[in-house]
Design a protein around this ligand. Structure first.
Ligand code: NAD
Ligand code: FE2
Length: 378
């Protein structure tokens, strides 16, 4: 049986938010939808708290902004405690992936006896009492589309993944105007995160033709619009294109998920404290090149969308590194302060993230991972 037929036959489940509002100014429609709710708990960050007014909420509103980027266990627990005191019937996540992931957990757990550690893994959450609305303000994670949340564990330095249909949004609002204020560096890094979601799902061992379609659309949009969004943050067409690319990437994360690239990026987040998007941007060119020999046709399609001309792995690596650098990304791990003597520990840590590594189209040994980290130091 050919590879394509095998992947076509694999059963998958695709869920999406029940309602989507998309377009410039769409945030105002959330206010109308939310009219039925009385106690509304909004999760945000300082750069996004100003958007609360634009929703036009009518009930009793509490806004919680004490969420750090890349939230860890204590940060989620603090948000949960505030929600428990407030007792919301609607939870709104108004921010990037950091805020939306916390909103998912708050909506599902504020009225539950389950702790966060109880629900790590797949389908452990027993239910959800309040409604959930997600409003992304970065174009990267696609968290609004899906059922997964990531929380850093400060003790193990690992990112814990929690997945449950009870964390799916009732409504997601894609309003590109909310991303006008995202700084160029964050636009670039989060945009490459969206690209990595699409590429890693597209070239995944578990790839599926239906998800391939979303992945292709997402990669195409990144090729057309990421540079424009970085150059001019007010470019509504580019901002809209990137918001859709991020959403498509989010769809890719559900039934297929990422692979080696994200596994290698995680230690950069937990140990070097690099933001998720930046960590992925640094790793992306190396894993694209590493995987190219075993997924040549799909790699060629990716190159066409991104206008890379290279025909071998080395050319691919240098062209994709140049692509990231043109967007302003510092791609050298050494420049970010990575200690060379710690790389072997990072390599075994990344190699042990089997939930992602087992999806990679080309098997990666610990030595392969280490070689990539060493190449990324330059
Ligand atoms: N649930 C998922 O499927 C999924 C997928 C990928 C990543 N993640 C998680 O998402 C988190 C990263 O999310 P992110 O990349 O969106 O970054 P983020 O949410 O941490 O935001 C990055 C920075 O941009 C700021 N910001 C956000 N919106 C802004 C705006 N409109 N204007 C100005 N500044 C703004 C934030 O305050 C923050 O400082 C990580 O914790 C990662 O693990 C989750
Ligand atoms: Fe990601």
């Amino acid at each position: 049986m050919s590879e394509a037929i095998l992947s076509m036959a694999r059963p998958i489940t695709l869920v999406q938010p029940q309602r989507l509002e998309i377009g410039g100014g769409a945030i105002g429609r959330l206010g109308e939808w939310a009219g039925a709710y009385e106690r509304i708990f909004v999760l945000a960050m300082v750069p996004t708290m100003g958007f609360v007014e634009r929703i036009g909420l009518k009930g009793v509103v509490e806004t919680f902004i004490d969420i750090p980027p890349e939230p860890d266990l204590p940060a989620v627990e603090a948000a949960l405690a505030a929600a428990r005191a407030f007792k919301p019937d609607l939870v709104i996540g108004l921010g990037g992936g950091s805020v939306m992931d916390v909103a998912k957990l708050v909506a599902a757990l504020w009225d539950s006896d389950q702790s966060i550690l109880d629900v790590v893994g797949v389908d452990k959450i027993l239910g959800r009492r309040s409604a959930l609305a997600q409003v992304p303000t970065t174009s990267g994670t696609g968290s609004e589309a899906g059922t997964r949340a990531l929380v850093a564990n400060p003790e193990t330095l690992a990112k814990m993944a929690i997945e449950s249909r009870h964390m799916l949004a009732d409504i997601a609002v894609l309003d590109p105007e909310l991303t006008y204020s995202v700084p160029a560096a964050v636009t670039a890094a989060t945009g490459i995160d969206a690209l990595a979601h699409c590429v890693e799902a597209f070239t995944n061992l578990k790839a599926h033709p239906l998800i391939d379609g979303y992945a292709r659309m997402g990669i195409d949009l990144v090729g057309r619009y990421l540079a424009r969004a970085v150059e001019n943050g007010q470019d509504i067409e580019a901002r809209t294109g990137m918001m859709l690319a991020s959403y498509y990437g989010g769809i890719c994360l559900g039934p297929v998920n990422t692979a080696g690239g994200h596994a290698l990026a995680y230690p950069l987040g937990t140990r070097l404290k690099l933001p998720h998007g930046l960590a992925n941007a640094i790793i992306f060119p190396h894993v694209l090149a590493f995987n190219a020999p075993v997924v040549p046709e799909k790699t060629r399609a990716i190159c066409d969308f991104l206008q890379f001309r290279g025909s071998d792995a080395d050319a691919l690596r240098s062209e994709s590194l140049a692509f990231c650098r043109r967007l302003g990304v510092e791609t050298s791990l050494a420049a970010h302060g990575a200690p060379a003597d710690e790389l072997p520990i990072w390599a075994s840590e990344a190699h042990a993230i089997r939930r992602l590594m087992d999806n990679n189209p080309r098997p990666m040994s610990v030595e392969d991972v280490l070689a990539i980290y060493r190449a990324a130091m330059a």
